[in-house]
Design a binder for this molecule. Structure first.
Ligand code: S3P
Length: 182
C-alpha cells in the first residue's frame, strides 16, 4: 500500500503506525533516495536542484516497485511531489499497488509542517510562504485525488488515522489476529 499526499499529511508517521499495527514493513521513499544518493533531500535540492531530485526520486521508486511481490506486506510513504509526476503515477498504476491519499485542511498541513520544523529541525525545501504552500497544495490536490482512496486526517491523531484505515480497508491488525486465535 502506498501513502500519498501533501507535506504534513502524515505519510511517514501514519505509515509507521499502520505498519506497526499490521506487522508489515514500512518504507519511506525519501529515506531510500537519501541512502542511494548519500546525501539528504535538502542537500540534493540545494546542490543539484529539483529536477535532479525528481530523477533520483523516479529511479528510487522504480527500484522499490521492482522489489515488490504480490505477497509484499509493505506500507510505502512517498514524498509530497512524487505522485504528481506522471512517470511515477504510471509506474504505480502498472504495479497495481493501492494508493491512499491522506488529506487535511491546508492550514492544518501548514501548522504541522511549521511545528515539525521547530521541534525536529526538519528542512523542507518546498515549504516557502503560507501563500505558496496553499497554491502548491491547490494545484496538486486534483492529482492526489486519483489515488485509490482519499482519507481525511483533519483534527485526528496518528493512531486514530491508522486505526481508521485498517478498518476501512478491512485489514487485520496484528493484535486482533492474536486475539482471534483463542
Ligand atoms: C516534497 C516533499 C518532501 C520531499 C521533498 C519534495 C514535495 O517530502 O520529498 O522535499 O515536492 O512536496 P514530504 O512530503 O515527506 O515532506
Amino acid at each position: 500500500m502506498i501513502l500519498v499526499g501533501f507535506m504534513g499529511a502524515g505519510k511517514t508517521s501514519v505509515g509507521r503506525a499502520l505498519a506497526g499495527e499490521l506487522g508489515w514493513i514500512f518504507e519511506d521513499l525519501d529515506d531510500r533516495i537519501e541512502q542511494r544518493e548519500q546525501r539528504t533531500v535538502a542537500e540534493i535540492f540545494r546542490h543539484a536542484g529539483e529536477n535532479a531530485f525528481r530523477r533520483a526520486e523516479h529511479s528510487a521508486l522504480q527500484e522499490l516497485l521492482r522489489e515488490l511481490t504480490n505477497q509484499s506486506e509493505r506500507i510505502i510513504a512517498l514524498g509530497g511531489g512524487a505522485f504528481i509526476q506522471e512517470n511515477n503515477s504510471r509506474l504505480i498504476e502498472a504495479a497495481k499497488v493501492p494508493t491512499i491519499f491522506l488529506d487535511a485542511d491546508v492550514d492544518e498541513l501548514w501548522g504541522r509542517c511549521s511545528r515539525q520544523m521547530e521541534a525536529l529541525q526538519t528542512e523542507r525545501p518546498l515549504l516557502g510562504s503560507l501563500e505558496n504552500f496553499r497554491d502548491l497544495y491547490e494545484s496538486r490536490r486534483p492529482h492526489y485525488r486519483k489515488a485509490s482512496f482519499t482519507h481525511s486526517t483533519t483534527g485526528k491523531s496518528v493512531s486514530e488515522i491508522a486505526a481508521e484505515i485498517v478498518r476501512r480497508l478491512g485489514l487485520h491488525s496484528k493484535s486482533r489476529k492474536r486475539g482471534d486465535s483463542h
